[in-house]
Design a protein around this ligand. Structure first.
Ligand code: CP
Ligand code: NVA
Length: 338
């Protein structure tokens, strides 16, 4: 499947987003911006249905094969795609590319042109967003981004589904849901911003200066927020977390950034999500919502970006997020490969 402007960053030039599940058929998912709000809401409804009937074997993907290409480590993404394809009646094949990155042994173009002869879908976790874009450009089968340096759209889909389960109107007592993302303005943050701004959920991103989200993505999200009637706020002061229904964080050192560990641990030291920060986020929320929910894509570094008491608290919904990776991706696979 092809997108215009294969090189990154160029998300503003993507084709118009899918507006319905029918529209999603045979499409790539390289970034969350390829999904419009009505399509995401349909995906949530389908994910809910699949979740409710998760023990039934399905045949949606019968005689279809999906390759899972991973340049980086994974627990949740690999397992949920591998199990999910099987639950839908298809076959998943895992390709470990942690030793040899895509493009090293042969051109990405040739790799893609081989895969399209054997398989029906490519799921890829890569270091460089440009690689998933190249795979999509050169293959006739859909490509799903399973995390790149810039984006993690499948994670954001599951995250917003997890909030939607608690607030299906994406409002609480008549007011828009508000998410505070605290930490590194990274791949997970970018896709969460895309998802929130697409769906009309307010998002406040609190990062140290110079670790804020990429300018082009922030500009794109401001536009999405304008269209959906929500707000994107970028801040560096932790006081900005007040009155948010959820606080989300991610690791400070993403895969591929080990060489920056010393510097990053110092820069982010004040941005740990602890009991006090969660109490601040809960201030001003309606009692019906309970405490602000703690969210994390996992894996977490306990005692680094989040304290044990927060991740283990009753308000933590991190394992719901992890479970929902399976259901949200199954809805996606069933729709793309319908
Ligand atoms: N959240 C997530 O993508 O987890 P993995 O890295 O384990 O796949
Ligand atoms: N930002 C993290 C997310 C892991 C799921 C990383 O890229 O390593």
């Amino acid at each position: 499947m092809q997108i215009s402007g294969a090189s990154s960053p160029a998300p503003l030039n993507l084709p118009s987003p899918a507006r319905s599940l029918a529209d999603l058929r045979n499409r790539d998912l390289l970034t969350f911006t390829q999904l419009a709000k009505p399509c995401v809401l349909e995906l949530f409804a389908l994910a809910k249905e699949l979740k409710g009937t998760r023990h039934q074997q399905r045949t949606t993907l019968a005689n279809k094969s999906v390759i899972l290409i991973f340049e980086k480590a994974s627990l949740r993404t690999r397992l949920t795609f591998e199990l999910g394809v099987g639950m839908l009646g298809g076959r998943a094949v895992y390709m470990d590319h942690s030793v040899q990155r895509l493009g090293e042994r042969e051109a990405v173009k040739d790799y893609a042109k081989n895969l399209e002869r054997w398989l029906h879908c490519i799921v890829a976790r890569v270091y460089d967003q440009q690689i998933v874009e190249e795979l999509a450009e050169h293959s006739s089968v859909p490509v799903i981004n399973a995390l790149s340096d810039r984006f993690h759209p499948c994670q954001a889909l599951a995250d917003l589904f997890t909030l939607w389960e608690r607030a299906p109107s994406l409002t609480v007592e008549g007011k828009r849901l508000r998410i505070a993302y605290v930490g590194d303005g990274n791949n997970v943050c970018h896709s969460l911003m895309h998802a929130a701004c697409t769906l009309g959920v307010d998002i406040t991103v609190v990062t140290p200066k110079r670790f804020d989200p990429a300018d082009d993505i922030a500009a794109q999200c401001q536009q999405l927020a304008k269209e959906s009637g929500s707000t994107l706020t970028l801040a560096s002061k932790l006081s900005a977390v007040e009155a948010h229904h959820a606080v989300y964080t991610d690791v400070w050192i993403s895969m591929g950034q080990a060489d920056q560990a010393g510097k990053r641990l110092k820069v982010f030291a004040d941005y740990q999500v602890d009991h006090e920060l969660m109490a601040r986020a809960t201030m001003g929320l309606p009692a019906s919502w309970g405490p602000s929910k703690f969210m994390h894509c996992l894996p977490a570094r306990r005692g680094v970006e989040v304290t044990d008491d927060v991740i283990d608290s009753p308000g933590s919904i991190v394992y719901d997020q992890a479970e929902n990776r399976l259901h949200a991706q199954n809805a996606l696979l069933a729709s793309i490969l319908a």
